[in-house]
Design a protein around this ligand. Structure first.
Ligand code: HEM
Length: 400
């Protein structure tokens, strides 16, 4: 059934141009076109806060069981992201305690120490490339420690997650086939690596690392299978190594371009937790999450059919003025900020406490040590398509 009021917009929400400055498009979609189509994937996009939250909270209609459609180099669904409740809930029950707020507070001093060490390496130089010298190593190192994996594997993991998340940036001729082959290769490497870790931990049980924990944990009185452990590990590597890096880059690019806002954080560091939330809302580094329809559903007068994919544009929902007063104002003291940057409903981010702790520590330490910085004159930050990593962010400051 067609809806005569619907506008179909050609918006490529997965391009680098869009990624650099998505908010004007978001605002237009929310205002005029709550149900749009993209140039790239042709699936309907939902953009209004109310619609997106409703979809996130109704997995029986908007299912996450779509590994066949996502082609991320996997052989099976990633757990828990690509399975629905009730099975998904059982996995969250065993994973949530490993990422609790309390546990993150325990590792906070290590993250703070590492932030200082990273800055020690470049402060006197008066410049750095923020993505490679700070945004990447800080969360990736903390994440590997949390997983109990050797730091020496970091370069390999970073390469593998980029092969899966943004293969187009690694290919000379980024055709869909070439991207798919790269993802398959990366997927094979992840299964192989974690298969080896499982074998080792089986020989030497009793460790405190994540794989040892998964080997000893039970769901409904049953040990996890080898495949389930591989499917959890696959997701953790992708989710844990990319998102905080992307968010840090978006935050610093914003603060470098908005000196008055930066000054507020320097004068009143107590604003940093509020700034982290507000920048998550405004920048929304994970711009969208996909779903597949488990049943027919009518949205804004249009019938969507069972089996269709839908994109939930959480970045757009975070600038919907029905939910956020004056959404284009970046207000570090915003009173009600129920942003969807970590998703919502049963699949809400497992790593949100880890991410918040790392983002707060990073902004605190950076602004204590290097309060006045700017983008290197003549240079432009370069955003990746998809998850909004600022892959090139040259910053300069006056040397002491
Ligand atoms: C600022 C950083 C982060 C952002 C913006 C972010 C964003 C998100 C979003 C939007 C979802 C929902 C996906 C969906 O509904 O399909 C999600 C899920 C998830 N995130 Fe994060 N994430 C971040 C950091 C992390 C970290 C550090 C980890 C590491 C453990 C992590 C692990 C996960 C996992 C495992 C899921 C799937 C949860 C489930 O399906 O039950 N995330 N994240």
């Amino acid at each position: 059934m067609a809806n005569p009021d619907l506008e179909t917009r050609e918006v490529n929400v997965f391009s680098a141009e869009f990624s650099a400055c998505p908010q004007p498009v978001y605002r237009e979609l929310v205002a005029k076109c709550p149900f749009a189509k993209t140039a790239l994937i042709g699936t309907p996009i939902l953009s209004r806060y109310e619609d997106v939250l409703w979809a996130l909270r109704h997995p029986e209609i908007f299912s996450s069981e779509m590994e066949m459609h996502m082609a991320l180099g996997t052989e099976r669904p990633m757990i828990p992201q690509q399975i629905d409740p009730p099975a998904q809930t059982k996995f969250r029950k065993i994973l949530d305690p490993r990422f609790s707020k309390k546990r993150m507070a325990e590792i906070e001093p290590n993250v703070r120490r590492h932030a200082h060490e990273l800055i020690d390496a470049f402060q006197a130089r008066g410049e750095c490339e923020f993505d490679h010298e700070f945004a990447m190593p800080l969360p990736a190192t903390a994440f590997l420690a949390l997983m109990g994996l050797p730091q020496s594997e970091l370069p390999r993991f970073l390469k593998i997650k980029d092969m899966i998340i943004r293969p187009q940036t690694l290919l000379e001729h980024p055709t869909p086939e070439a991207a798919q082959a790269l993802r398959k290769d990366a997927g094979r490497q992840i299964y192989e690596y974690f298969g080896g870790v499982i074998d080792e931990r089986r020989k030497q049980p009793g460790g405190t690392d994540m794989v040892s924990y998964l080997l000893e944990t039970e769901i409904d009185g049953q040990r996890l299978t080898r495949e389930e452990i591989l499917d959890v590990s696959f997701l953790l590597i992708l989710a844990g190594l990319d998102t905080v890096t992307a968010t840090l880059g978006c935050n610093m690019a914003y603060l470098a371009a908005n000196p008055a806002q930066r000054r507020r954080l320097i004068e009143k560091p107590a604003l940093i937790p509020g700034a982290v939330e507000e920048l998550l809302r405004w920048e929304t580094p994970v711009t969208a999450v996909p779903r597949i329809l488990k049943q027919d559903v009518e949205i804004h007068g249009s019938l969507l059919k069972k089996g269709e994919m839908v994109t939930l544009l959480i970045g757009a929902s975070n600038v919907d003025d029905k939910e956020f007063r004056d959404p284009a104002l970046v207000d570090f003291e915003r009173e009600r900020n129920k942003h969807l940057a970590f998703g919502g409903g049963p699949h809400r981010c497992l790593g949100s406490h880890l991410a918040r702790m790392e983002l707060e520590v990073a902004l605190q330490v950076w602004h204590e040590r290097i309060p006045d910085y700017r983008v290197k004159p003549g240079e432009t930050p370069r955003y990746s398509p998809g998850i909004r990593e600022v892959q090139y962010l040259p910053l300069v400051w006056d040397r002491a």
